[in-house]
Design a protein around this ligand. Structure first.
Ligand code: NDP
Ligand code: MG
Length: 379
């Protein structure tokens, strides 16, 4: 029986993780979980997930709880929940840069890290992976593209991989005339063609900043140079990524777009469990591919630039994007203004290497200040 803590249990990935645990209750047991501010949802989720069993430790990381069934609260409380609760794996499904510290706490306290929070790797990939190695633990990617690549790299061996191709749906505005992008609303950006996800990542899919973050995530997780990571538009989201081996063959991982599969892959690793949520018959599910139109997705180009500039620039990319997307979601920026926040923030000279998490957080804060000033100039 593997013991699992779920961070961000009330979100899109969190609730799907609880469903996976429920479907495989002979294999996994939930030993703790957190939400940020949604207390009623945390209590309801906990009640559903532990129907017949004992109560488990709960944390509300962004508010003071009013119910004494929630013993941990605040960022310190989240850190303590992770370190003090016995578990084999922490699923980190927190949204945004705030997910970095829980990742560190999980690895430092000797747990494997099933990582949906791509920001942890974008901001501090080398530090997180070194920590895992030093503690004899694993980072198991949950992001569907990276879970696919991870499974293939583990089977073929890193030395045999020539390049990886990340698939991208192209997001909500894939087929819109570029001139119309100046008029799109938040509601338009939130109607994703294939995946149902949290709001921020859905906006990032429309701008392809999500793919940009994933290019950086792939570089750091698999030790690849930027030229070894390609992106291809695949509207149906059935191929979750390709790898090309050194002999020129292309291999793909194919399934219905259902995050429960990559979550299960990470939790079960290195074993494989029976599951059919994502089975598909290729005879009835078409799959098409086309090249990326980089003119439509300037934030993807900026991610490659950030990756080539170094570690500080990738922290700044994520921070500026979080500030810009928040302003777009609050109605303070237009969709096409996102680039006008990210590009100038990345022009600053950010450190090429970051010594430790303290420095990562310093760069994150500094980049947010630069980006927030740009938002003020435009709004
Ligand atoms: P959601 O917004 O749906 O859920 C976020 C969860 O994290 C909620 O439980 C929320 O609690 C909690 N949370 C919010 N802010 C904080 C914080 N500052 N500290 C700790 N916890 C916090 O997000 P998603 O599930 O869509 O995404 C989660 C992560 O997974 C992101 O990094 C995303 O990029 C990644 N991911 C998501 C995919 C998807 O299909 N959704 C696919 C691949 C990766 P509360 O409910 O109380 O606000
Ligand atoms: Mg993804």
């Amino acid at each position: 029986m593997k013991r699992i803590i779920v961070i961000g249990a009330t979100g899109s990935i969190g609730t799907q993780t609880l469903d996976v645990l429920h479907r495989h209750k002979d294999r996994f047991t939930l030993t703790g979980m957190s939400a940020h501010t949604n207390e009623s949802s945390l209590l309801q989720t906990a009640a559903n997930a532990t129907k017949s069993g004992n109560p488990i430790p709960l944390c509300l990381s962004g508010a003071v709880p009013s119910d004494d069934r929630i013993q941990y609260f605040g960022t310190d409380g989240l850190d303590r929940l992770i370190r003090e609760t016995e578990a084999d794996i922490v699923v980190n499904a927190a949204a945004g840069a705030a997910g970095l510290e829980p990742s560190i706490a999980a690895l430092e306290s000797g747990k494997d890290l099933a990582l949906a929070n791509k920001e942890s790797i974008v901001m501090a990939g080398r530090i997180v992976l070194d920590l895992a190695k030093g503690n004899g633990r694993r980072v198991l990617p949950v992001d569907s593209e990276h879970a696919a690549i991870f499974s293939m790299v583990e089977r073929f061996g890193k030395n045999n991989i020539k390049e990886v191709l990340l698939t991208a749906s192209g997001g909500a505005f894939r087929d819109l005339p570029i001139e119309s992008l100046s008029k799109v609303s938040l509601a338009d950006a939130l109607s994703h063609p294939t995946w149902s996800m949290g709001a921020k990542i859905t906006v990032d899919s429309a701008s392809m900043a999500n793919k940009g973050l994933e290019v950086i995530e792939a570089a750091r997780l698999f030790g690849l140079a930027s030229r070894e990571i390609k992106v291809v538009i695949h509207p149906e989201s059935r191929v979750h990524s390709f790898i090309r081996t050194r002999d020129g063959s292309l291999y793909a991982q194919v399934s219905k777009p259902d995050m429960r599969l990559p979550i299960l892959t990470a939790l079960a690793w290195p074993q494989m469990l029976d599951e059919d949520v994502a089975d598909l018959d290729p005879a009835f599910f078409p799959m098409s591919f086309r090249p990326v139109d980089y003119g439509r997705y300037p934030l993807l180009t900026l991610a490659y630039d950030a990756l080539d500039s170094g570690e500080g620039a990738t922290v700044a990319y994520n921070a500026a994007n979080e500030v810009a997307v928040e302003a777009f979601m609050d109605g303070r920026l237009r969709f096409i203004d996102l680039e006008r926040i990210l590009a100038p923030t990345l022009e600053k000279a950010w450190p090429v290497m970051l010594a430790d998490i303290t420095e990562v957080i310093e760069v994150d804060k500094a980049a947010r200040i630069v980006a927030a000033r740009k938002v003020q100039e435009i709004e």
